[in-house]
Write a protein that binds this ligand. Structure first.
Ligand SMILES: [Fe+2]
Length: 442
């Protein structure tokens, strides 16, 4: 489906619903008595208690489970400075996600100012109502000024869930999630990217490849939630594992000015066999021509519909890269993926081990009848950002998506990583990861 189709469908849905969220009363008003308890005169009771002790507002009002999603509309998704009114559908969407994924009541607050001092002042003044403030889509450098000014002091209740520094924001959001009844340890998006070591066993693995260490980095989505400094941190920690080769399987960067810098960081990562990349759908979304130009300035081979042979001692590792079909719904798009997989490994005959980079895990279903592909490394799904025991909770509903983890069909194995980045700043039981695979003879 084309992007324009989504735009049209979304507009129809928004028009039909007149907005995506609303308020639901928690108690019925069916009698004069009900009214006297919910409103006057009974409501004077909790009011007096809060007047005596402000902390009781968290026990007696909506405050403890309510978040303000605040924006000035200056840096909205990929839309830029569209202003507060046009930002409202996006902020409604963020509020909807708070409710859907964490049962938190969030409300969009789109401010009619782009003056940092006025934003700070406004947020301070509305803060009494909310358990947390989620600053969203405020352009740099004002976002940093706003964020720093609103950072809670040691004696202050958390009021600032900042936008640009994801890790710090996650720490700030945790208390809100905690009071919302989401168990600690389930909310994981603030954790450092894990580097799980995943041993993979193959019956015919040549001796030269025994113990080979492959680091997969996928779906970083450098941008609002993951910064270059996070990638730097990841690569520093990965270096201690001494990967032999680093494979980057798409959706690298969503912030245009950072793209080349991201590739420069990746190419600087020490790996004796090199750093290689394949495409994801976000490379197309962000401008494939410009991105190919960035790759041309680096030493990172971008493998699209092609592969190459990498000598490892006396053995050879064939590495192929599938193109991304951009959308994978129609039969035509599946056919594009199938064709791409075939092209990517077309020259692999006679090689000792064939590894395919494919942003899409569905490549497994092409690889099996094709034969000769030992391992596929995929991403894209983010594990749907909800997991339990190392699998996506959505696995039973979409078994054909191979959403997260290790899969095997006949002689081909697949690992779909949950990825490093996020579409949205929520992950539950599905932490960001950059797996390190070690190859072994079965
Ligand atoms: Fe993707």
């Amino acid at each position: 489906m084309a992007l324009s189709d989504f735009y049209e469908r979304s507009t129809i849905v928004h028009e039909h619903l007149r907005g995506k969220i609303g308020i639901v009363n928690k108690m019925p008003i069916e009698s004069q008595d009900d009214l006297s308890i919910a409103y006057t005169p009974g409501v004077a009771g909790p009011c007096r208690k809060i007047a005596e002790n402000g902390a009781l507002a968290r026990e007696l009002t909506i405050k403890r489970n309510t978040v303000a999603v605040v924006t000035d509309g200056s840096a909205v998704l990929g839309l830029g400075n569209i202003g507060p009114l046009a930002a409202l559908p996006v902020m409604e969407g963020k509020a909807l996600l708070f409710k859907e994924f964490a049962n938190i009541d969030a409300w969009p607050i789109c401010l009619d100012t782009q003056n940092a001092d006025e934003i700070i002042e406004t947020v301070r003044r509305i803060a009494p109502v909310f358990g947390g403030i989620n600053l969203e889509d405020i352009s740099a450098p004002r976002c940093f000024e706003v964020e720093n000014s609103l950072r809670p002091g040691p004696q202050e209740a958390p009021t600032s869930l900042e936008r640009r520094h994801f890790l710090r924001r996650s720490l700030a959001i945790a208390p809100v999630l905690g009071v919302a009844g989401v168990g600690h340890g389930i909310y994981t998006s603030g954790n450092e990217t894990r580097l799980p070591v995943v041993p993979l066993h193959f019956p015919h693995l040549p001796a030269e490849l025994e113990g080979l260490k492959i680091l997969q980095i996928s779906d970083m989505h450098i941008g609002p939630y993951i910064q270059l400094s996070d990638l730097e941190n990841l690569l520093e920690r990965a270096d201690t594992l001494a990967p032999d080769i680093i494979l980057v399987t798409g959706d690298i960067c969503d912030h245009k000015p950072d793209y080349l810098a991201t590739l420069r960081l990746l190419e600087s990562a020490p790996a004796p066999l090199g750093v290689y990349a394949s495409l994801g759908n976000h490379e197309y979304i962000r401008g494939i021509g410009r991105i190919r130009g960035h790759f041309d300035k680096t030493t990172i081979p971008l493998l699209v519909d092609e592969g190459l042979s990498i000598p490892v001692g006396d053995a050879t590792l064939f590495l192929g890269g599938a193109d991304d079909p951009r959308f994978l719904r129609s039969e035509e798009s599946y056919q594009r993926l199938r064709n791409s997989v075939k092209k990517a490994v077309a020259d692999s005959a006679g090689e000792d081990f064939t590894l395919l980079m494919s942003h899409r895990s569905q490549a497994l279903d092409t690889a099996v009848p094709l034969g000769g592909i030992d391992l596929i490394l995929a991403g894209h799904t983010h594990g749907f950002q909800f997991g339990i025991a190392g699998r996506s909770v959505f696995e039973p509903f979409f078994p054909e998506r191979y959403i997260w983890g290790h899969y095997a069909k006949e002689d081909t194995q697949l690992y779909t990583t949950a990825g490093v980045g996020h579409w949205l700043p929520f992950r539950f039981g599905c932490p960001p990861e950059a797996p390190l695979f070690t190859l072994h003879r079965a």
